[in-house]
Design a protein around this ligand. Sequence first.
Ligand SMILES: Nc1ncnc2c1ncn2[C@@H]1O[C@H](COP(=O)(O)OP(=O)(O)O)[C@@H](O)[C@H]1O
Ligand SMILES: [Mg+2]
Length: 252
Amino acid sequence: MSLSNKKPRTFCVTSGKGGVGKTSFTVNFAIALTKKNYRVLVVDGDMGLANVDVLLRLSVKNNIRDILEAGTSPRQALIFARPKLAVLPGGSGIPEMVSLGGEQQERLGGLINKMAEEFDFVIIDTAAGIGASVLWYNLFCDHNIFVLSPDPTSMTDAYALIKLLSKDHGVHRFNLVINSVRGTKDGVNTVNTIKRVTQRFLDLDLFHFGSIPEDKAVRRAVLNQVPFVEQAPGSKAARTIFSLVERVDQLI
Ligand SMILES: Nc1ncnc2c1ncn2[C@@H]1O[C@H](COP(=O)(O)OP(=O)(O)O)[C@@H](O)[C@H]1O
Ligand SMILES: [Mg+2]
């Protein structure tokens, strides 16, 4: 079913920390959505170290930087990685683009909104850290999806970003995906820890959207540059992604 007459839903995939699975989640969740016939736009918001294109083995000609700085048209930069999956590539090795200036943010927001009209979902993969562009993407989207692992450093960084977004930017709803869990308890304990440490901020609504198991199929798929929901659709990680897509309406 296509929701062509509805406003697209925008998700910001974020975490604070790098290497926790944001890009893997973004790409595989997006592909799983297309298998339900949704049209999905993935924006690679990691403009310093973009790698959505790497996981999908795309050859990038133009990226967000070219659109903002060289006047490339967004259509020229969009890559249809699959019939219903378009990717707007980020840039690589361009530290100054890690944060966008106010005017660039505004233009980028307008461009994404315009492109979004042709899609049911827009998913923005963000960089690590709590820099200006990460904050901006979080505020731009209707929903966030925090990807974190049970690792204490990942929890600490997610906590830092949640705190910043809630205290300084009025964000009160957070969706949590715990990645690389070794059993269901792992995910529940991680969410409980985050809930406990954020309790002192009023009005926080934390929703445990799901937990993705640590799965060798994920690493193997990355090495082959094929998303695991395609390379190993029966793997535990892929089955979890498919079940999350069934519950996409639950995101707060
Ligand atoms: N559920 C998982 N099981 C096993 N390995 C994973 C899992 N999720 C991610 N990884 C591994 O972690 C690496 C980093 O993931 P990535 O999505 O690039 O993180 P981020 O975008 O947050 O920096 C990937 O190359 C992948 O091999
Ligand atoms: Mg990434």
